[in-house]
Design a protein around this ligand. Structure first.
Ligand code: ADP
Length: 265
């Protein structure tokens, strides 16, 4: 594969770029030539009907799904390819591991290690993947758990925590890897409504305090409107409409978007 993109220089490059990315499962085209640029520190909400490809976008960034066509760039580097002269060729496992380290993901169902305390959950990957000394990793984990309001729960196991608390541990655990990009996949969908607020307020404060690029799939239109810089409405594997959050919700341009918003708001 070749690319005519000359040089993704750090100053001008988006933090994330989907360039004509397609994904198919057999006959089903899930993403159809997706082009999407996300600027450094931008907060983007992805909304859309079930099955429109939203989660696939996040999973591809986490290298959990193979790309059928196109290239994803992260901070100017191809995610699953490497350069050979003018060409891009599939990358080896070491490149994939390194690139994956730039991305942190928080899932709908927390996915914590059940046999580890909150603190150990946040120490594990920094020690085993980043090679941090355990005392360094413990200190960082403690700071992050304090930041998500859990300094009194360091030694609690996931089963001893509420859903909202588990999700806050999951956020701290992802941050412990110092990612450049954070992905949130319907992180409040599995929570009782009264527990959503605490998770959203942690995400809100992350957005305000940290220089992270954030990409979030959400059904919470109120939160998307308040939190995101930009909203992308996915329909059938394409971005059907996108725009600054406030303008998007106040003045949707297409009938398809209006119809979706009427159904979910
Ligand atoms: P969304 O997050 O918008 O609900 P997804 O990205 O999860 O949509 O899925 C998009 C489409 O791809 C759906 O039709 C889904 O059934 C299909 N799909 C997702 N994962 C797989 C898979 N592993 N095998 C086959 N089809 C899949």
């Amino acid at each position: 594969m070749t690319t005519d993109t000359p040089d993704h220089a750090a100053v001008t490059a988006p933090m994330v770029r989907f360039e004509r990315v397609s994904k198919r499962y057999g006959e089903l085209t899930v993403l159809d030539g997706l082009d999407l640029d996300i600027a450094p520190h931008e907060k983007v909400a992805i909304i859309g009907p079930s099955g429109s490809g939203k989660t696939t976008v996040l999973r591809m960034l986490m290298t959990l799904e193979r790309i059928d066509e196109g290239v994803i760039w992260v901070d100017g580097e191809p995610l699953t390819h490497r350069r050979r002269g003018e060409q891009l060729v599939p990358a080896d496992a070491a490149h994939l591991r390194r690139m994956r380290g730039h991305i942190g993901m928080v899932f709908q169902h927390f996915n914590l290690f059940p046999h580890m305390s909150a603190l150990r959950n946040c120490m594990e990957a920094p020690v085993t993947v980043l090679g941090l000394r355990p005392d360094e990793a413990r200190e960082r984990a403690g700071e992050l758990l304090a930041m998500v309001g859990l300094s009194d729960k360091l030694d609690h196991y996931p089963s001893q925590l509420s859903g909202g608390q588990q999700q806050r541990v999951a956020i701290a655990r992802a941050l412990a890897m110092r990612p450049k990009v954070m992905l949130f996949d319907e992180v409040t969908s599995a929570l009782d409504p009264e527990l959503c607020g605490e998770v959203l307020s942690v995400i809100r404060s992350l957005g305000a305090q940290h220089q992270l690029t954030m990409l979030m799939v959400t059904h919470q239109m109120g939160f998307a409107r308040e939190f995101a810089d930009r909203v992308c409405f996915f329909d059938a594997g394409k971005i059907a409409e996108q725009g600054p959050a406030q303008a998007f919700f106040e003045n949707p341009q297409s009938e398809r978007t209006r119809q979706f918003l009427r159904a979910v708001m």
